[in-house]
Design a protein around this ligand. Structure first.
Ligand SMILES: *Cc1c(COP(=O)(O)O)cnc(C)c1O
Length: 358
């Protein structure tokens, strides 16, 4: 039976990657970032597999509520905070920790009455220029927030790097020294390191680190693969060959005839396409595996299918497993051929794909 595309999620690999975080940042607690459905891996399942984490980080309130409904009792950090006082009450009731990144949120905390106090994280903008208080507003924000009666204890302080994926870029060191200088006077617990900084900037670890992509077994750096960072890929995306065609020199393959056979040859048709989240921008030449045999896609990716070159896999048969990324084929490499980053490929796997956990 053809079951279509399967995403096999290796929970042992998740746990290995968490221990890799612990080894790199032995004196810090770990906020495992599982926003966007755990980077496409399935949020509740990943949270259960990573129960040894000290906290979970998500972007949105609905993600945090899904985790609570799934029975996750850990600390949960809402990294975009809340926008309305109704959301604030729900968040407090569910014992969520909130990032506070703008003045409106401080105003809300000053006015609201809550049954339970909330732990807040004041966000300092160190150069991303998305969320957070600028260096000249930060002290005032701290003072106002610290006086709010609904917050529990002192605020923690967080920041986020904009260039950490490039180890050669000195911006990260500059942003770190700015973070250190502006946060140090308040004697608060702090967090600034994402995956890239965990592996490359030991001085950025502070009390809490926030790994995302490395937990999923992907290198956070543009210039290295998971293997080199001792990370194990968590997702293997595969499907089956559903047809084999014997074509003549000059025949074209797929929509628009974008690929033309340079010689008489066989192509295979695999049951996966952009409707499953395989990137439509993957160009001819993007690697795939048939069994253990490496070959490549030819022609345009369509919604349900791709065509693959069988010149290097003469024994391929209908029903054979075709791996799009995972063990033996790094998603980093596929991302490069699709002119994107591994984060987007992983997040983009759709719910048509059959997710299995092992
Ligand atoms: C997504 C996110 C992270 C995790 O980043 P990775 O590069 O995946 O490790 C950490 N902190 C914040 C604020 C984030 O939004």
């Amino acid at each position: 039976m053809t079951q279509g595309a399967v995403a096999l999620i290796d929970t042992n690999a998740l746990q290995h990657n968490l221990s890799r975080v612990r080894a790199a940042a032995p004196n810090s607690r770990v906020i495992a970032v599982i926003k966007a459905d755990a980077y496409g891996h399935g949020m509740a399942q990943v949270a259960h597999a990573l129960a040894a984490a000290d906290a979970f980080g998500v972007a949105r309130l609905n993600e945090a509520l899904t985790l609570r409904e799934a029975g996750i009792a850990h600390r949960i950090l809402l990294m975009e905070g809340v926008t309305t006082s109704d959301e604030l009450r729900v968040a407090a009731q569910k014992r969520l920790q909130l990032v506070v990144h703008n003045v409106d949120q401080i105003g809300m905390l000053e006015r609201v009455r809550l049954a339970n106090p909330v732990q807040v994280w004041l966000k300092l903008d160190i150069g991303m220029h998305r969320l957070g208080f600028s260096p000249d507003q930060f002290a005032q924000a701290w003072t106002r927030l610290n006086e709010c009666s609904v917050i529990s204890g002192k605020p923690h302080i967080m920041g986020h790097f904009s260039h950490a994926d490039d180890r050669t870029d000195s911006t990260t060191v500059e942003q770190l020294s700015q973070f250190e200088r502006l946060s140090e006077p308040w004697q608060a617990e702090r967090s600034v390191a994402n995956s890239a900084a965990i592996l490359s900037q030991p001085d950025s670890h502070y009390q809490w680190v926030r790994p995302g992509i490395m937990l999923y077994g992907v290198s956070p750096f543009a210039d290295s693969l998971a293997d080199a960072e001792d990370l194990q890929p968590v997702m293997s995306l595969s499907t089956q060959l559903i047809a084999i065609k014997h074509l003549r020199q000059g025949d074209t393959v797929g929509y628009g005839g974008a690929w033309r056979c340079p010689t008489d040859m066989s192509i295979g048709v695999a049951a996966i396409g952009y409707g499953d989240g395989y990137p439509r921008h993957a160009e001819s030449g993007t690697p795939v595996l048939i069994g253990d045999q490496r070959t490549q896609i030819v022609g345009r990716v369509s919604m349900d299918m791709i065509a693959v070159d069988l010149r290097h896999a003469p024994d391929a048969a209908i029903g054979d497993t075709v791996t799009l990324w995972g063990d033996g084929l790094p998603v980093e490499e596929v991302a490069e051929h699709a002119k994107t980053i591994p984060y987007e490929l992983l997040c983009g796997v759709t719910r048509r794909v059959n997710f299995k956990y092992c």
